[in-house]
Design a protein around this ligand. Structure first.
Ligand code: SDX
Length: 392
């Protein structure tokens, strides 16, 4: 018992776990990474610092951070044969499906990260995947756009190089507005971990069988892809766009969201744990205003989003069910303003969540947790006698 929640001693990895990484209080809308408030980290730290904090438990010194980044840069390169795998996908393949496959393929090219028996093995696996994952993520977009696969510019910062990997034109020195980099850095921090959400639980349970880190992360990417989870950020923009196409009649869509016969859901609203405002959504909403103003972008879907939010906060159906905007409601508006295509939004979520997945996998393996084995309540048939085919 940590004084916060007490787990039944018999819980033995039934899918619930003890963790020292992220604390959230859904009623009070509190989120902390290793004890630090998300509001402070989003304002005062950068993404690589937060990645280091989540994975190793402490904010890094300047030397530790420089070494971490340099070690990551040492491992950007992937085996040239992976480019053949990227080329084997149709250009129209969803980037999350490609990314999950490429992440799993890394295991075939890096067998050394299958078994982790020491802190040194662990550190090497961490810097390898922190280096290679953004490259593979960017190559999913370059495949769609028929652009060459390269490694960006190692002179750039970690987050800046993610943008460079995605958008750099051949033979150009990549330059990007620092405000765009800051906005993306903040978004990635806000997505970095979120305790035992669907994709993180997937990474932990796959890793609990002692499957390697890369194989476990590949499973996490697949889980995040779902529109009820990380795929919601793409679904939100598609929803806002269709409302705009339909004349911007937000009241009509509010009614649709409440109609049990109508499959329409207000994407970006509701949360399994937050029954108050998602603290990340508050920060992202303000950042959306700032980024669009800084970049001089006027995006009509932002107006539609704010209208939906205002109506929902005053509507008994949503208030009674404690449905508030979540992390996905405004993030897509910023990604779009940064020039990131809609089909890459969930990939951006995965890039942010990577250190959280790694941290949770590392914690589970260092604690030598037993193999995951969720239990069930059987509600099927009692025992019955077999009936041969000719008598059925
Ligand atoms: C993420 O777990 C995490 O931490 C996830 C995440 C992370 O950082 O990892 O925070 C990231 O996945 C955020 C959530 C993104 N998904 C969406 O925005 C999709 C839309 N949201 C819903 O599908 C839903 O709210 C969930 C999936 C997020 C939560 O589902 P729950 O907690 O299982 O809620 P529920 O389905 O039991 O709904 C409770 C009630 C139902 O009505 P009643 O049956 O009680 O009458 O609320 C209604 C639902 O119909 N409801 C909605 C709604 N969400 C719930 N009604 C309309 N629109 C919605 N979005």
């Amino acid at each position: 018992s940590t004084g916060i929640i007490t787990l039944d001693p018999g819980y033995k990895n039934t899918g619930s776990c003890e963790s020292a990484i992220t604390y959230l209080d859904g009623e009070k809308g509190i989120l902390r990474y290793r004890g630090y408030k998300i509001e402070d980290l989003a304002e005062k730290a950068d993404f690589l610092e937060v990645a280091y904090l989540l994975i190793f438990g402490e904010l890094p010194t300047k030397e530790q951070l420089n070494k971490f980044h340099n070690d990551i840069k040492e491992h950007l390169e992937v085996d040239e044969d992976i480019k053949k795998i990227v080329d084997s996908f149709p250009r129209t393949a969803h980037p999350m499906g490609v990314l999950s496959s490429l992440t799993s393929a890394l295991t075939a090219f890096n067998p050394s990260v299958v078994d982790i028996n020491s802190e040194e093995d662990m550190y090497n696996a961490v810097v390898k995947i922190m280096g290679k994952f953004p490259v593979l993520a960017a190559w999913t977009l370059r495949r769609r756009n028929s652009k060459p696969y390269d490694y960006g510019d190692s002179e750039l910062g970690y987050v800046e190089n993610i943008l460079c990997l995605m958008f750099k034109k051949p033979n150009e020195k990549y330059k990007i507005n620092p405000k765009v980099v800051d906005a993306l850095d903040k978004l990635l921090i806000l997505h970095a971990d979120h305790e035992q959400n669907c994709s993180t639980s997937t990474v932990r349970i796959v890793g609990s069988s002692h499957a390697g880190l890369f194989a476990s992360l590949s499973a996490g990417v697949s889980a995040l892809w779902g529109p009820l989870h990380g795929g919601a950020n793409q679904a939100v923009i598609e929803m806002l766009e269709s409302i705009k196409q339909d004349g911007g009649d937000t009241a009509k869509y509010m009614e649709k969201a409440k109609d049990k016969e109508d499959p329409f859901r207000l994407m970006g609203f509701g949360h399994r744990v937050y029954k108050n405002f998602d603290p990340r959504a508050k920060i992202i909403k303000k950042s959306a205003d700032d980024v669009l103003a800084d970049l001089g972008v006027n995006d009509p879907v932002l107006t539609i989003a704010k209208s939906l939010e205002k109506q929902a906060l005053e509507d008994d159906y949503f208030v009674k069910r404690k449905l508030y905007p979540n992390v996905d409601f405004y993030s897509g508006i910023i990604y779009r303003a940064l020039g990131i295509p809609t089909e890459m939004f969930t990939v951006m979520f995965a890039l942010g969540r990577l250190p959280g997945w790694i941290a949770q996998w590392r914690e589970m393996r260092l604690k030598q947790e037993p193999i995951g084995r969720p239990r069930q309540i059987y509600v099927g048939e009692n025992q019955r006698e077999f009936v041969s085919l000719d008598k059925r």
